[in-house]
Ligand binder design. Structure first.
Ligand SMILES: Nc1ncnc2c1ncn2[C@@H]1O[C@H](COP(=O)(O)OP(=O)(O)O)[C@@H](O)[C@H]1O
Ligand SMILES: Cc1ncsc1CCOP(=O)(O)O
Ligand SMILES: [Mg+2]
Length: 281
């Protein structure tokens, strides 16, 4: 691990402490499958969630918020205007916005909505699984609902190129997580296959990134800190599983590990690989 890796882990650690002391408010326009889990992870790391979707109130809510999470998991026509109103207001007020394009490859409706969101809103971070980011990048993908493509090949190149194209930070989750601001590439080796045995770990990762964004003006560190937190917590939760305990117990332990994640955890457990811009990926 080189110095710059250590510095980044320290930065993640400091950001987490800031969340705990400042309690940022995170506005979500999100899906009804994982909404409660997303609210709980935000609280577990020290933030304060508010879920508000109606177009009559999103502008008032986002004004009070430190960041905005837009997640299209159960996209409905009525929420598209809300997303655009909230996103534009957030941009105007310089409140960071993160997008999770859940299941973008599953329907034309989701795909065209994301294209519209991209023309109307400037996102600080776009976080998706491999299928979602490949679709956004214009590749042909095998789509099965909101599930991810297990082929993780070229994740680094895709993250970097897409981040460049869209002028944002791109975070791809999977066996390895690839994060890029278009210049540097950060690969997170933390993670645990059991994270895929419960729904919502991707959405929760996005909400955690959103919480970090509420305090950091460097989006790439918010994306690293948020993504790595889920990977490490996933590993720790797995270590705590006893015989005869399955995905239900894993979910409860995951929430505990997210809540008990402390300032030293990044430094002790973080497995991060950094490739600076001049190095080709
Ligand atoms: N094969 C895997 N091995 C280890 N960790 C994984 C694996 N697949 C996904 N993860 C982790 O699970 C979490 C959710 O990622 P992912 O499954 O890609 O998102 P989504 O739930 O949106 O499909 C992330 O923390 C990611 O690092
Ligand atoms: C199952 C499902 N269906 C629509 S949204 C959703 C949750 C997706 O959560 P994640 O992207 O974290 O797996
Ligand atoms: Mg997802």
């Amino acid at each position: 691990m080189n110095d710059s890796t250590q510095e980044i882990l320290k930065k993640c650690s400091n950001l987490l402490q800031d969340i705990k002391s400042k309690n940022p408010l995170i506005h979500h326009i999100t899906n009804y499958v994982t909404i409660n889990d997303c609210a709980n992870v935000v609280i577990a790391i020290g933030g304060s969630p508010v879920m508000a979707m109606d177009k009559n109130e999103v502008e008032d809510i986002v004004r009070q918020a430190d960041s905005l999470v837009i997640n299209i998991g159960t996209l409905q026509e009525s929420n598209i205007d809300s997303m655009i109103i909230a996103g534009k207001k957030a941009n105007e007020l310089k409140i960071p916005v993160v997008l999770d394009p859940v299941g973008i490859g599953a329907t034309a409706f989701r795909y065209h909505t994301v294209q519209k969101l991209l023309t109307e809103i400037k996102f600080s971070v776009i976080k998706g699984n491999m299928s979602e980011i490949k679709k956004l990048y214009g590749l042909k993908v095998k789509t099965k609902g909101v599930d991810s493509d297990t082929d993780q090949m070229n994740g680094g190149v895709i993250a970097k190129n897409l981040a460049n194209q869209l002028g944002t930070v791109v975070a791809i989750t999977g066996k390895e997580d690839c994060i890029s601001d278009g210049q540097d590439l950060y690969t997170i080796l933390n993670g645990e296959t059991m994270l895929t045995s419960i729904t919502g770990t991707g959405c929760m990762t996005t909400s955690i990134i959103g919480t970090f964004l509420g305090l950091s003006n460097e989006s790439v560190y918010a994306a690293i800190a948020g993504t790595m937190l889920m990977g490490i917590a996933g590993e720790k939760a797995h270590q705590l599983l006893r015989e005869n305990e399955g995905s239900g117990s894993y979910k409860a332990k995951l929430m505990d590990c997210i809540n008990l994640f402390n300032k030293d955890t990044y430094i002790k457990e973080g497995r991060l690989y950094v490739e600076k811009g001049s190095q080709s990926v």
